[in-house]
Design a protein around this ligand. Structure first.
Ligand SMILES: [Zn+2]
Length: 339
């Protein structure tokens, strides 16, 4: 066994047998922002044999404050995060395999991304993708580890399909459009990223070495600034859950759940949510006002982010000017509207 893992092998809960299991494990990392970069670095250093990293974004200077794998040159070159992560991980551990996939995770590719992976880690920034991941993982009985961090608080939960509650057992419906804070409207500090990713990666290591008795089996919530920590013990799956009991995989259904993203005119994309929703425009405008110069009337809210002018209507539809790439528009929508 490679000497580089000697301190981890001395940790008896992993040991030489656990290290061998890690080296033959294959993990899917969905999202390579702050949480995802942290997952990737820890799993690569731990010697997990194969990492598949999926992300649709490129590195920006605003990421460097908390996204540990990236450096200034990645932001200057606007490298895709999956590629920048793969480059950095090759310098950290050349003995593992890293697959970088630049893609928007959606109903059409999520099941093939999961295929062949022992475990999925959530490093995303939006609920649409989390519900999609939940459907796909429950359907294929793949364990996934939910994690989220905004401002100074975060949450984590491990989902073993058929054994523990799934995301929908706990949160039956997605939050309303524009209602959940995001890192782009409420900010975020790095210590909460480190805390949430530490819990997620520790759970991942336990699962990969087969120590299921040590899983925390709860919904963990913590606020590193307010010094709050809560652990809500989880029971069995909810017998009324649409996903794990009724096995209705609504988010995998192309017709019912996809956001539509259509080009409208030159250099503009319209994003529309899958079902009509009402957005409280004045609350939404107030949140954005902390960061942007916001124009608002009773029908719409408009602001400029970098090269993009974004107009959001009360039905949560948005027109994003300054791009003709629907994936870029969808990413901006997730950042600011928050679903
Ligand atoms: Zn469920």
């Amino acid at each position: 066994m490679d000497d580089r893992y000697s301190r981890q092998i001395l940790f008896s809960q992993i040991g030489a047998a656990g290290q061998r299991r890690l080296s033959t494990s294959h993990v899917l990392l969905v999202g390579c922002g702050a949480l995802g970069a942290s997952h990737a670095e820890m799993l690569a250093r731990a010697g997990v044999g194969k990492l598949r990293i999926v992300d649709r974004d490129f590195v920006e200077f605003t990421n460097l404050q908390r996204q540990t794998l990236f450096k200034e040159s990645d932001a200057s070159e606007r490298l895709p995060k999956a590629v920048a992560a793969k480059n950095r991980l090759a310098e950290i551990n050349s003995g593992i395999e890293v697959e970088a996939i630049i893609a928007d995770v959606n109903y059409s590719n999520v099941e093939s991304l999961i295929e062949g992976c022992h475990l999925v880690l959530d490093g995303t920034d939006n609920f649409q993708v989390r519900y999609l991941l939940n459907d796909a993982c429950v359907k294929h009985r793949t364990t996934w580890i939910y994690g989220a961090a905004v401002s100074s608080y975060g949450t984590a939960m491990t989902i073993i399909p058929g054994e523990t509650p799934c995301l929908r057992c706990i949160f039956d419906e997605m939050p309303d459009a524009g209602s959940a804070p995001t890192c782009d409207t409420a900010g975020v500090i790095m210590p909460i990223i480190a805390s949430v990713s530490a819990v997620q990666v520790t759970e991942a290591l336990k699962i990969l070495v087969g120590d299921f008795d040590s899983l925390h089996r709860s919904l963990m919530q913590f606020d590193v600034w307010a010094n709050d920590r809560q652990r809500i013990k989880l029971g069995p799956p909810n017998p009324d859950c649409k996903t794990c009991e009724q096995r209705i995989f609504q988010f995998l259904d192309a017709d019912s759940q996809e956001f539509s993203a259509v080009l409208c005119g030159r250099n503009a994309v319209q994003i529309a949510p899958p079902a009509p929703v009402r957005l409280n425009l004045s609350e939404f405008a107030n949140k954005l006002r902390r960061v942007f110069d916001v124009k608002e009337n009773e029908y719409l809210v408009r602001f400029v982010s970098g090269e993009n002018e974004i107009t959001v209507f009360s039905d949560a539809r948005a027109i994003i000017k300054g791009t003709d790439d629907t994936a870029v528009a969808r990413a901006l929508y997730a950042k600011y509207v928050g679903i």
